[in-house]
Design a protein around this ligand. Structure first.
Ligand code: KG4
Ligand code: ZN
Length: 340
């Protein structure tokens, strides 16, 4: 049985997993930095990179121990080297290269966005390709045509902020904690999603396959503080208003996401949608998307919430690369920028 060590350190999670060729997860660890970045209301790249340095070897060690696996049992080492924060990516890549060299194993490069889609394949336990792949996370809101597990053709995405970024920024405006997605969905349960009529750009039938969340963010800000500089602190906001704004914002964002998923299915003619990324952990989004895909008679795969946020299990896409003979030399570099 072939066994792969997969590693993830693109943003603020340090993760490692041991995965077999038939996609069984023998052991996995995710060390989250959420609490470290909370007081900054967002990920601070330098802080993230330093924390990865501290965490990476213990995380790998623990994943191996959980899997009851020795380095000599491994077939290859795989690491996400694009896209992400440069300092964070470098830590993972250096660790992976060092281990591949020390243990004399082949090195495999993982595209973090493709891996988010592949999380659906791991969770499904059956073939999901060809499909439309949709990554909706803190850094991306991208659609891909995925004819097979290693062919990703960019179809469209956001022209400004990613959906998760909008959740994080709106949460900060509301005085809620980072990361904003879970905080907003919690507070929104007590709010009225129709209290505020926020914009839903690009949701008309003939619009391109694009998102824009910056106007939605501005609309939220104006509804809370008016135009100009805020004169009150978020902690002074009325709790019911916070809940109503959170619920109305969440609904507007979800309406955009669901509308574009339907469009991607209609336009590509593909019958399967695979969704990954942190925002896909949102319960309301999941249930509304499920309903919409049912109406289109399309198959929907969304990984369980713990495989939507960053993890190393989704790095199982390395198994596909191994089969295709796609290995890297120890010259492999990071590619922080958005890859389409
Ligand atoms: O995929 P991920 O863990 O990291 C990136 O690659 O960006 O996504 C993190 C993003 C954050 O913006 C976070 O607020 C959002 O996912 N998120 C959510 C939820 N859980 C996490 N957004 C909405 N609802 C959630 N339940
Ligand atoms: Zn991610």
């Amino acid at each position: 049985m072939l066994k792969f060590l997969t590693m993830e350190s693109t943003c603020d999670e340090t993760a490692a997993a041991i995965i077999t060729e038939d996609l069984q997860v023998l052991g996995e660890v995710v060390a989250s930095q959420e609490s470290l970045h909370r007081r900054f209301q967002g990920v601070v790249p330098e802080v993230a990179a330093r924390q990865h340095v501290q965490a990476i070897l213990p995380v790998i060690d623990l994943a191996l121990r959980k899997a009851k696996c020795d380095p000599q049992d491994l077939t290859a080492v795989a690491v996400a080297n694009t896209p992400g924060l440069a300092g964070s990516l470098l830590v993972g890549l250096c660790a992976a290269k060092s281990l591949a060299w020390a243990w004399d194993l082949p090195l495999i490069a993982i595209n973090h966005l493709h891996a988010h889609v592949y999380a659906c394949r791991v969770a499904a336990g059956v073939e999901v390709f060809p499909c439309v792949g949709f990554i909706v996370s803190g850094g991306h809101s991208n659609f891909y045509r995925c004819d097979d597990p290693l062919t990703f053709q960019y179809l469209g995405g956001t022209i400004d902020d990613a959906a998760g970024e909008a959740f994080d920024k709106v949460a900060a405006m509301l005085g809620l904690e980072f990361p904003g997605g879970p905080a907003i969905s919690r507070v929104a349960m007590r709010g009225n999603p129709r209290a505020y009529d926020y914009p839903r750009p690009f949701t008309h039938r003939d619009d391109p396959l694009k998102f824009s969340f910056s106007g939605l963010k501005t609309a939220v800000r104006y509804s809370l503080y008016g135009q100009g500089r805020p004169t009150i602190d978020p902690t002074q906001l009325d709790p019911q208003q916070v809940a109503d704004v959170a619920a109305s914002f969440q609904q507007a964002a979800i309406d955009c996401l669901v509308s574009k998923c339907c469009q991607a299915i209609r336009e590509t003619g593909l019958r399967t949608l695979c969704v990954g990324g942190g925002v896909a952990a949102n319960r309301l989004f999941r249930s509304q998307l499920e309903l919409a895909m049912k109406q289109l008679d399309a198959t929907l795969w969304i990984a369980p919430p713990e495989l939507c946020t960053d993890n190393a299990v989704m790095g199982a896409i390395a198994v596909e690369k191994y089969r295709a003979g796609r290995f890297e030399s120890l010259d492999l570099d990071i590619f922080p920028g958005l890859e389409r």
